[in-house]
Structures are given as structure tokens and as C-alpha cells.
Design a protein around this ligand. Structure first.
Ligand code: FES
Length: 157
């Protein structure tokens, strides 16, 4: 995180504290709003929240780590969809799926401990470029296990 990003997140947290009149009893509401805005509760914002609400840093940290709803890191889950419908199957989709599961340490479709979720789907509308797969919103055609794995690693797995 750059210092500019950090400052922006701290400003967001301070702004939310002000929205809730710096009321310590509203800490949960502030944290929920912050997670909704930023995607998680950055460690760097916790001292600023504590200061605004006149709480100890440990109290804020304790609340963030106690509630399972709060994340203290960005959600890095990557979803990969591998097409197994007819056109893709005829171009080796079954083997592709097996390879990509093995490379990510998964015996079957699901989520690896690195946050990679692999799903099988039936037609991505890209049959002419079979076999097809999707990573997040990115559609890929004529996919090989090597290309797909590089793309997965390229988005941070
Ligand atoms: S059959 Fe795979 S994209 Fe259509």
C-alpha cells in the first residue's frame, strides 16, 4: 500500500467516525461501514479510529479480530471457471480441468488454501475458441493449463 492509499483509508475511517459523532458505542457500525467502503479493515486505520473514539488501540483491534465478519486483509479470492460443455470437451477441457485442479492442490472443484476457487461451467459462449475459461471477468480462449496457471498467478494467487 502506498502512503497516499494509506492516508486515503485513514481519512475514510476518520470521516466515518465523524459521521457517527465519534461515539465509541457505535464502533461496530463504523467498522461495518469502513469494510463496505474499503473492502476490509486496514490495520493502519485502527489507531486513527481509536483516537477519534477515545478508545485504546487494543480495544479496536480486539473488536476487529473478535468478529468473524470483519476482514483485516483484502479478500484475495480468485474465481476460475473452466468450461466443460461439448465444444470445449472435444478440445480437451477435461484434461485442462484436471491439470488446473492439480496445479492448485485441489482434488476436485472448490477453493484452495491460496484462495483460488475453481468451478466447472457449461458453456461460456466462446465455443469457437474452445477450450475456454474465465478468471474473474476475463474470458480466455484456446486455453492451455500453462496459460491458465500463469493468468491465475498474474492476479495474485
Ligand atoms: S462449449 Fe465451452 S464455451 Fe461453449
Amino acid at each position: 500500500m502506498t502512503s497516499m492509499e494509506r492516508d486515503r483509508m485513514i481519512d475514510t475511517a476518520v470521516g466515518l467516525c465523524e459521521k457517527y459523532r465519534n461515539e465509541p458505542a457505535l464502533l461496530l457500525e463504523i467498522l461495518h461501514d469502513l469494510q463496505e467502503t474499503v473492502g476490509y479493515i486496514p490495520e493502519e486505520t485502527q489507531p486513527a479510529i481509536a483516537k477519534c473514539l477515545n478508545l485504546a488501540k487494543a480495544e479496536v483491534h480486539g473488536v476487529v479480530s473478535f468478529y468473524h465478519d470483519f476482514r483485516s486483509a483484502p479478500d484475495s479470492n480468485i474465481t476460475v471457471k473452466v468450461c466443460r460443455a461439448e465444444a470445449c470437451q472435444s478440445m480437451g477441457a477435461n484434461r485442462l480441468l484436471e491439470d488446473i485442479l492439480a496445479r492448485n492442490g485441489l482434488p476436485k472443484t472448490g477453493t484452495s488454501d491460496k484462495g483460488v476457487t475453481i468451478e466447472e461451467v457449461y458453456c461460456l459462449g466462446n465455443c469457437a475458441l474452445a477450450p475456454s475459461a474465465m478468471i474473474g471477468e476475463r474470458l480466455m480462449g484456446r486455453v492451455t493449463a500453462d496459460r491458465l496457471q500463469s493468468a491465475i498467478e498474474g492476479v495474485g494467487a
